[in-house]
Design a protein around this ligand. Structure first.
Ligand SMILES: C[S@@+](CC[C@H](N)C(=O)[O-])C[C@H]1O[C@@H](n2cnc3c(N)ncnc32)[C@H](O)[C@@H]1O
Length: 129
């Protein structure tokens, strides 16, 4: 996939989210976070709540440059499956471990350590972490 095709894919995915009430991060925030990840050369990212994978893909495209990896969690089956398709469409599936799980159940079971953690879920539930 060319850089132009990837950019067009991200634009379409963002538009799809806006049209379907999927609370994807803004492009401004995606750029800010990608810059932070890139500056710190974060290799192991944990994303708590992927929805249809827009933010996951933004991060994956950054860390793919230096062989980083992402773990992301989502408990809506529709969102999880959409994300899986989107990861494949932009060729980043190989660097994403994607759990179809309730984050509250799986987080205590994760044994790896991460150097960048992005929590992007229902804000009222954040106190559980
Ligand atoms: C704000 S959206 C994530 C948006 C995504 N980070 C992006 O920018 O593209 C929040 C997502 O968290 C999921 N979610 C909420 N609570 C969850 C839980 N306990 N475990 C797993 N997923 C959860 C919802 O299904 C929803 O898709």
């Amino acid at each position: 996939m060319t850089e132009e095709e990837i950019q067009n894919f991200l634009i379409s995915l963002k538009r799809y989210g806006e049209e379907n009430n999927i609370p994807n991060i803004s492009l401004k925030n995606a750029k800010y976070l990608r810059n932070l990840i890139s500056k710190n050369k974060s290799h192991k990212i944990l994303e708590i709540w992927s929805a249809n994978g827009y933010s996951t893909i933004q991060f994956a495209l950054e860390i793919k440059k230096y062989n980083g990896k992402i773990t992301s969690i989502e408990f809506s089956q529709l969102a999880y499956e959409e994300a899986q398709d989107n990861f494949e469409a932009v060729w980043v599936s190989d660097i994403i471990t994607h759990y179809f799980w309730d984050a509250r159940e799986i987080l205590p079971l994760l044994e790896e350590s991460y150097d960048f953690i992005f929590i992007d879920g229902l804000k009222k539930n954040h106190s559980i972490f």
